[in-house]
Design a binder for this molecule. Structure first.
Ligand code: GUN
Length: 300
């Protein structure tokens, strides 16, 4: 079998175009411009790249983008004061605090100080609880992007056996909740799972989100299964020249693609969907804040 490649880059462009259409309507019909604030503490180079990219795409879809870059030694009180200010700013509909935070800051405390209605990451404990009980919530962007791709590829995923490898709060756990919400039979596997190969071999859907380069080999994949690779790992690539690197996912792409029915590539799969879903969540938050119908197809 040769797998269908699920083109996340093209899909994300479609989602951003939909978002841009909603932004235009909000502006033209209601005089409202959705606003997204991103807070970055410290100078982690990878985080700076993400934040720049988020800001650029926010502006491209017509939203207001605000960036707050704080020194690495910013106190918790100062960060909480900024979040309070953003919580109370009527022009800001979404707030994202880039993770990881420097070690002296309590991540849970900071995240839970964001107004849940503006928590476009879906990390606030209220949103986690709402998602877990099947209620309307803000849904974490990466799992939402994966769900959109699965629904688009399969139509319905009801009744399918899904395995999520990884149990993080950002991806693994919310991904499992979303798959359960779409009536999959869900297994969450992790580093202590016995016989991971056997567990993965039973799955119609495999979502790999462990952050270990190429850890899932093709012979774990059931013939025809759909493989969603959330991993973005940078490896040295001396074959490309001195100091060069390449990006790989959590699955071994070539061997998995040889058995899968469909697979997301790295790069160009899940990655672009995450920012597209952040923009979608910001429009959703803006509509809810203003008592307007929220866009269809952009939420879980
Ligand atoms: N760091 C890596 N991924 C994410 C994300 O989705 N949201 C936030 N806030 N920080 C991150």
């Amino acid at each position: 079998m040769t797998a269908t490649i699920i083109d996340g880059k093209a899909f994300a462009a479609r989602v951003r175009a939909q978002v841009a259409g909603h932004v235009t309507r909000l502006k033209d019909d209601h005089g409202i411009t959705p606003g997204l604030a991103v807070v970055l503490v410290g100078e982690d180079p990878a985080s700076e790249v993400y934040v720049r990219s988020k800001g650029k795409m926010t502006v491209e879809v017509g939203m207001k983008s605000v960036e707050h870059k704080l020194e690495a030694d910013t106190s918790e009180a100062d960060l909480l004061a900024l979040i309070d200010q953003l919580n109370n700013d009527p022009e800001i509909h979404g707030i994202l605090v880039q993770l990881p935070l420097p070690k002296h800051l309590n991540e849970d405390l900071v995240i839970n100080s964001i107004d849940p209605a503006k928590d476009v990451d879906g990390f606030h404990i209220s949103n986690v609880g709402l998602l877990g009980t099947g209620q309307k919530s803000m849904v974490p962007c990466t799992p939402l992007g994966c769900l959109m791709m699965l629904r688009d590829h399969h139509g319905s995923i009801s009744g399918m056996d899904a395995v999520v490898i990884g149990r993080s709060n950002i991806v693994g756990k919310p991904m499992a909740q979303l798959l359960l919400g779409d009536s999959c039979t869900v297994t969450i596997a992790h580093s202590r799972t016995k016989d991971l190969a056997d567990v993965v071999r039973r799955a119609d859907i495999v979502v790999a989100a462990v952050g270990r380069p190429e850890m899932v080999p093709g012979d774990w994949i059931k013939e025809g299964a759909t493989v969603i690779d959330v991993g973005i790992n940078r490896l040295d690539a001396p074959e490309k020249g001195a100091g060069k690197t390449r990006l790989v996912g959590d699955v071994d792409y070539e061997s998995c693609a040889a058995r899968a029915g469909a697979i997301t590539p790295v790069p160009g799969g899940v990655g672009p969907m995450t920012i597209a879903c952040l923009l979608a969540n910001t429009v959703t938050a803006c509509c809810r804040a203003n008592g307007l119908d929220e866009p269809e197809g952009l939420t879980a």
